[in-house]
Design a protein around this ligand. Structure first.
Ligand SMILES: [Zn+2]
Ligand SMILES: [Zn+2]
Length: 333
């Protein structure tokens, strides 16, 4: 009897081993095939991207050389043009369009995409004027002077005024590093200004807008504008010693994305602003930009249980919000 049961246990173990081995073989085959298809796809995709880039790359290189020659080696002027003028124009053009919608409520279809329904409908013009003045103050008297030390760092360390543009692949690598750097510095500096004492004296100003609009992205106390808005965006290019064209593109992109995340409209084909809008609504949730650090620190747990999160997950919202998931916003406090 004992021998029989020992035999059956051994047979069962053998069978389990075979089963496990089969599962490993199947997984390896599926993963291997997947990897092969993925590699083949990536190879052909990157070949096409490379071809397109080679053609358009020449165009951008020539355009850059024309601009470079026009400045005749005046590096400071070139730096001001790329790091201040281009991003400021991008910011004000984009926010100009948003403000038309905020003030006039036109085009009428846009109001149906408003996250906090019934808010800023239309926007309080006195409050708006104040936000514009503060934004201009921060750009002229905080961001602009901060470009002086940055210019010297770039001259000493960077490849900022090279005649040769960076490759598109390198620009993508830089963009990823800029984004990660911004996420880390913004998340922790933002949590810092939420400490009661700093909140009261510094960050409260930014939170006067519980339903923000685009221009509120840089409506902040000067110290917060240095610590949370400007330094997290400037640090990436300083670490990488980036080209002025990369800096211009990154600063513009950062200003436009922060304007989107404050704009209050979850528009189709634009990144979802639900995450930061929720921060303005509830104060103690969603501190970061990407949401990675909020996930790791558990500072998005309330947000994850809301309808706003459901809409946020579908990055492209194709249905006007007033017709999709109704939700009455409530303050946490
Ligand atoms: Zn904000
Ligand atoms: Zn905050």
């Amino acid at each position: 009897m004992k021998t029989n049961s020992a035999y059956s246990t051994m047979a069962a173990q053998q069978k389990q081993k075979e089963k496990l081995w089969d599962a490993v073989k199947t997984s390896a085959m599926v993963l291997g095939t997947g990897l092969l298809i993925f590699t083949a796809f990536m190879n052909s995709a990157s070949w096409y991207v490379q071809k397109i880039w080679e053609t358009s790359g020449n165009f951008w290189q020539t355009a850059w050389l024309n601009l470079y020659n026009r400045f005749e080696g005046k590096e400071w002027s070139l730096f001001l043009f790329g790091a201040a003028l281009v991003p400021a124009l991008a910011f004000w053009c984009f926010n100009g369009i948003l403000m038309v919608a905020d003030v006039t409520g036109k085009p009428t279809f846009i109001t149906r995409y408003r996250i906090q329904l019934g808010k800023n409908d239309p926007v309080d013009t006195k409050k708006l004027r104040q936000a514009i003045y503060t934004a201009l103050f921060n750009q002229f008297f905080i961001s602009l002077p901060m470009l002086v030390p940055m210019f010297h760092v770039m001259k000493w360390w960077g490849n900022t005024f090279s005649k040769e543009l960076p490759t598109f692949q390198w620009f993508l690598v830089e963009l990823s590093i800029f984004t990660i750097t911004e996420e880390i510095l913004f998340y922790y500096s933002h949590r810092l200004v939420h400490l009661p004492l700093l909140y009261k004296h510094i960050h409260k100003k930014h939170h006067e807008w519980t339903a923000p609009i685009g221009v509120v992205s840089i409506y902040a106390h000067p110290l917060e504008h240095i610590l949370s808005n400007t330094l997290p965006v400037m640090t990436g290019p300083m670490i990488m010693g980036s080209h002025i064209v990369s800096i211009a593109a990154w600063f513009s992109l950062a200003l436009i994305t922060t304007s989107i995340s404050h704009c209050g409209y979850h528009l189709p084909f634009l990144p979802s602003p639900e995450f930061h809008d929720f921060h303005h609504l509830k104060f103690n949730q969603c501190y970061g930009v990407l949401g990675v650090l909020d996930y790791l620190h558990g500072t998005d747990t309330v947000f994850r249980q809301t309808k706003a999160y459901e809409r946020h997950r579908f990055l492209l919202s194709l249905t006007p919000l007033s017709e999709s998931i109704p939700e009455t916003p409530k303050r946490a406090e």
